[in-house]
Design a protein around this ligand. Structure first.
Ligand code: ADP
Length: 537
């Protein structure tokens, strides 16, 4: 019994480290607001707050046909986007692989490859190359004429999901590569020029008119489909957000023409870097280990608590600590598989699958099941309440006392663990399955709550809410566009995020927030960026 007691103390201590009290969330949100202010004031603060030169959001009536090029994810994508002007669009796309050699070689080779991909796309998919009208912006035709000699070059929007210091809608210096890219002679250069030079070398009749970040793409594309949007946010491999700010608040623009024009401008927060000073977020030993062993220690601190790239790794660190616990292992008979021993060997998608197996087997205790499951929950308006998950350890201290349904759910989780982590079945008990689900939900719940803090901070920053609640909105709705596997697929992520927003700024505002997927955000967003560029000539 005393060993049972000490096991429990170890698990309780871990659970304690992952708790975020309401007070802690408020403190974090206040720090967010302070970091917004610093970043809007000058460069060289942890949160870059990059002005994007996008000065408004679409309302859905926009029309035209544009090319979009998306670099920054696993694949390179080329799309043709036709905006129909009724919140609707059609999109044709092709994915191209970017080899390691291209990612790490000379920048000209990489950009030549981008240009070749656009060329290949136009050649392969051109429906009827002679039917394009002279003015592609006013066109609702689906074909793009890329043949040289036609009057107007095809406008292309580039979604480039790396840090860029933007100086115009079609101009921005690459600050640094991330995500495994390291092409030489690119950092410090204008990415639009690098791309345009490659188009010109190939005599392609294509003009890169706009450069947008993926968060800006999410914001623009959601605004197009919903008619309005105040924040675009990504919760995928990484996390970041872009929102519509009053130009007068972007004081680091000084007396520039953009500042004098006034109005609004989209700001790319680069909020993944929040807490790089490491003063605000309650960090556990599992986070410290992750950071130390990462390729960018002390950078992207917030992202490391939140995003798909890292949640599996934090969870793996917890599981290993339990496998190694002394005097007696607390998990898997003290054994670990090759996957479990491998850096980043536990994919966040596996956590998602485990939580899903638990949630889907749940018998609703009262009333109807609420919209919390995956993508469908995302498009709901108003409050999505998490079904009351009991994360307490009593849930699995005595597996044999659980209901038959709960045991069946744990059995499913057990098979997922055996399969996905290549564990020996004899080393995975039902209790182990319960412990793994508990660890996953601790990590994911903290991530969702912190994400809620970023969203709440934006609501306060834009004057739509007050920290602590009490703001009575005049607006009918607040539209937020989101993208990324985590928010789209992770069970309860949306509900947990909303719960945190509600805690921070009150239910009056929270229930008017419409969180919606920004469908094809980077393609449609780049097209809308290109359209914006044509308005400014
Ligand atoms: P990106 O952000 O690169 O455009 P995604 O939005 O698909 O791509 O995010 C990929 C990340 O999401 C990976 O870190 C992966 O571990 C995680 N992921 C993939 N599938 C799921 C899932 N079903 N549930 C939760 N996370 C997932």
């Amino acid at each position: 019994a005393s060993s049972e007691h000490s096991q429990r103390a170890i698990l309780d201590a871990i659970e304690q480290q992952f708790q975020l009290t309401d007070d802690a969330l408020v403190t974090i949100t206040k720090q967010f607001l302070e970091d917004f202010r610093l970043g809007l004031g000058e460069y060289n603060h942890p949160m870059a707050m990059i002005p994007t030169y996008v000065t408004g959001v679409p309302n859905g009536s926009e029309t035209g046909t544009f090319l979009a090029l998306d670099l920054g994810g696993t694949n390179l994508r080329v799309c043709e986007v036709q905006l129909k002007g009724n919140h609707d669009f059609t999109l044709r796309q092709q994915k191209y692989r970017v080899s390691e050699a291209l990612k790490t070689g000379e920048a000209t080779a990489l950009f030549d490859y981008l240009a070749d991909s656009v060329d290949a796309f136009l050649t392969e998919t051109a429906s009827s190359p002679t039917s394009a009208p002279a003015d592609p912006f006013a066109s609702s035709s689906s074909s793009l004429d890329y043949l040289e000699g036609n009057s107007a070059a095809i406008p292309l929007g580039l979604t480039f999901s790396f840090p860029v210091e933007q100086t115009a809608l079609n101009e921005g210096k690459i600050l640094t590569w991330t995500k495994g890219f390291s092409a030489k002679n690119a950092v410090g250069h204008d990415v639009v020029k690098l791309l345009q030079d490659a188009f010109d070398r190939k005599h392609l009749h294509v003009r890169c008119v706009a450069l947008v970040n993926d968060t800006v793409g999410a914001l623009l594309s959601r605004a197009y489909s919903a008619g309005d949007c105040l924040l675009g946010a990504i919760f995928g491999t990484g996390t970041n957000g872009a929102y519509l700010e009053k130009v007068e608040n972007i004081t680091k623009l000084g007396n520039s023409a953009a500042r004098q024009r006034g109005g609004h401008m989209v700001v790319n927060c680069e909020w993944g870097a929040f807490n790089n000073s490491r003063t605000t977020l309650p960090t556990t030993p599992f986070d410290n280990k992750l950071d130390r062993e990462s390729i960018n220690p002390r950078l992207q601190a917030f992202e490391k608590f939140i995003s798909g790239m890292y949640l599996g790794e934090i969870t793996r660190n917890i599981l290993l600590a339990l496998v190694d616990a002394a005097p007696r292992p607390l998990l898997f008979n003290g054994k670990a598989s090759r996957e479990l021993n491998q850096h980043y060997g536990l994919d966040t998608a596996v956590m998602s699958e485990i939580e899903e197996a638990w949630e889907n087997g749940r018998v609703p205790t009262s009333g109807k099941a609420e919209g919390v499951d995956g993508a469908s929950a995302i498009d709901t308006v108003g409050v999505a309440t998490e079904s009351k998950t009991n994360d307490s350890l009593s849930h699995f201290t005595a597996v044999e006392e659980l209901s038959a349904e709960d045991q069946a759910r744990l059995e499913r989780i057990r098979s997922i663990i055996i399969q996905r982590l290549s564990m020996d079945a004899a080393d995975v008990s039902l209790r182990d399955a319960a412990v793994v689900r508990w660890a996953a939900s601790l990590v994911a719940r903290r991530a969702a709550k912190l994400s809620g803090s970023a969203v709440a901070a934006i609501m306060v920053q834009t004057g739509h809410a007050k920290l602590g609640g009490g703001y009575v909105p005049k607006e009918d709705r607040f539209v937020i566009g989101v993208d990324g596997s985590l928010i789209e697929h992770y069970p309860n992520f949306n509900a947990r995020l909303r719960e945190s927003v509600r805690t921070l700024i009150g239910e009056e505002v929270e229930k008017k927030i419409e969180l919606g997927m920004a469908k094809d955000g980077s393609g449609v967003g780049a097209a809308l960026g290109a359209l914006e560029a044509t308005k400014h000539g």
